[in-house]
Design a protein around this ligand. Structure first.
Ligand code: SAH
Length: 349
């Protein structure tokens, strides 16, 4: 049994079963042994590969997207350029290189802030971004809100802890993690719980149906949209997920590029859930933001000219990023902007 599992056993012995959200938070972010806290999971030698690690074209096109969005918003200076969960810092490095080639004023005006909890990944980001002036914080609340806010997040929202609710004849029960015969097991609360957050059209679902709630994701979307509403700016969110709030169990573990049992060895596998883009979009709209998308990643990158760029770079990764059976369709792109501000590149008008 690994150290984190032992800790969890002790915790559950004292306080009883934990919610799936608490389990996920613990497995990913427990300060000592949490998955993101102790190792760099990215790349071929790690557990999974993300778009910026597939090809430099991804970050370059996103850099050009932000230059255009910034110019269309009257090139404010200074402005905050934030990234949520920057991994190895590859996306930010590629963005800033491409931006610098077309608009030196963009880099000069940007105050780069990286929101990152992992010390290991912070160190990797420092290596990748050593040539830039960069500032790190643990959470978005600590970022000053006195300037226009531009923010990017790639494969960040899928790593935030979800809670799950399961339907029985008597109502909805929350999924909990407990211990049994030396193993971790999923159970449901004995009694039904109130579920005001489940849309009415889904509440009458059949027995066994699962609903996922990501309250941290909603809190991030709300904070971002508020900042943009007050000071202007643009948010770009890229992740795998669904475009309409729906039922279904998407909780998964990936280890060494393969699916694994999410309860087997907490802290040793990446745990994720698909992102409910409709909920993020609604949350931003509730704050008064204009919302663009979600559209498929393939469509977005093609609209930004990935085809031309791939030819010039003789880059063959275009297929992996845009093909429907690869990352082109499952991955979606969603953007927020201040109400009434100009359209954003890559999104249909
Ligand atoms: N965006 C990168 C990395 C994705 S992995 C890429 O595309 O390659 C998820 C990232 O989010 C990691 O950097 C991880 O350490 C960070 N992370 C996860 N949960 C976080 C949280 N609650 N706050 C800040 N960073 C978090």
């Amino acid at each position: 049994m690994n150290a984190l599992k032992e800790k969890l056993f002790k915790l559950i012995a004292v306080q009883g079963p934990v919610t799936l959200g608490q389990y996920m938070q613990f497995a990913l972010s427990e300060p000592e042994h949490g998955y993101y806290m102790r190792a760099d999971p990215l790349g071929r030698a790690g557990d999974f590969i993300t778009a910026p690690e597939v090809s430099q074209m991804f970050g370059e096109l996103i850099g050009l997207f932000f230059v255009q969005a910034w110019r269309d918003r009257k090139s404010p200076a200074p402005f905050i350029l934030a990234e949520l969960g920057p991994g190895r810092g590859t996306l930010m490095a590629d963005m800033m290189r491409a931006a610098g080639q077309v608009e030196p004023g963009f880099g000069a005006a940007a105050r780069i802030v990286l929101i990152e909890t992992s010390p290991v990944l912070r160190a990797a980001q420092k290596r990748t971004l050593g040539h830039l002036s960069v500032h790190w914080v643990d959470n978005l609340e600590t970022v000053v809100a006195d300037a226009p806010f531009f923010v990017v997040a790639n494969e960040f929202f899928d790593a935030l802890p979800i809670r799950q609710f399961v339907k029985s004849e008597r109502g909805w029960h929350e999924r909990m993690v407990t211990t049994q015969k030396g193993m971790l097991r999923l159970v449901a609360t004995p009694e039904p719980v109130p579920v005001p957050f489940i849309p009415a059209r889904l509440r009458g679902a059949d027995r066994g149906a699962v609903f996922e709630l990501n309250d941290q994701a909603e809190a991030f979307a709300r904070d971002i949209a508020r900042r943009i509403g007050r000071k202007g700016g643009t948010a770009l969110i890229v992740d795998y997920g669904y475009t309409k709030t729906a039922l279904g169990d998407t909780f998964q573990a990936v280890q060494d590029h393969r699916y694994a049992d999410p309860l087997a060895e907490p802290g040793d596998a990446d745990l994720t859930a698909h992102v409910d883009f409709a909920r993020l979009a609604e949350t931003a709209r509730e704050q008064g933001a204009d919302v663009f998308g979600p559209i498929a990643q393939g469509q977005f990158l093609e609209a930004l000219g990935i085809g031309v760029r791939a030819q010039r770079l003789k880059d063959t990764a275009i297929d992996r990023l845009t093909a429907p059976e690869k990352m082109g369709t499952l991955f979606k792109v969603l953007a927020f902007a201040q109400a009434g501000s100009p359209p954003l590149p890559g999104f249909p008008c």
